[in-house]
Design a protein around this ligand. Sequence first.
Ligand code: HEM
Length: 231
Amino acid sequence: MSVAEKSIAGAEARGHGFLASSVGRKVVMAASGIMLFGFVTVHMLGNTQAYMGAEAFNGYAKFLHTMVHGDGIWVFRAVLLVAVGLHIWAATTLTLDNNAARPVGYRAQQNVASTWSSRTMRWSGVILAAFIVYHLLHLTLGTVHPAFNHDNPYANFVSGFKVPAVAGFYIVAQLCLGLHMWHGVWSFTQSLGWSHPRYDGLRRNFATGLTVLVVGVNISYPIAVLTGFIR
Ligand code: HEM
């Protein structure tokens, strides 16, 4: 069976319910995307505690791990895991269905901008997924962090970013996050029907402002450590 035939078979196997429809899966992708977007924004703000010093940062980490008698973080992790899973599932099945529906030769006539955007979403999404796995092994589990100390998240943060290759990877990953967020906000607001000459400027400014804020602050962390501003 060819790749296209397999994709068509997969689409048929999904049946005819809400989640089988491309509109349903786009809603799932947008809803989970908004949740992940909220997470990265809150996470970026929480990490600003690093600029207040070790005590503030470690106090904040302790709060996260002990809130609601220590159960809070597990509820939050479960919600995050479901959101990531749904986001990747919707993106993958929509891409497979799209590829299957595209007749040979159609590629050349496609709208260049939308092809570029969806291609960007795919590779930036794959790099982001790899980054999240590495990031958890690095700063949460400490498996790939040679100087990891479970009781001192601030020290892990500083000694982690002192390694230029690690800091560099974080910076590249944040740039991918920026591309992904920008296109995500842009296409999500389009799905909401806000694509209109009157609102397009506002949509662009909204997507750009949020992305620059999250990515700019996130990139500032490894740079602050490398330059000795945070130590
Ligand atoms: C330079 C930017 C970032 C810094 C400095 C940073 C820092 C941290 C630190 C220190 C922790 C461990 C907290 C602890 O266990 O006490 C953590 C956990 C985590 N980070 Fe980040 N992070 C960054 C970017 C991101 C991004 C872009 C994502 C997602 C796309 C992300 C997702 C996570 C997740 C899922 C956890 C685990 C939370 C948990 O314990 O369940 N981080 N981060």
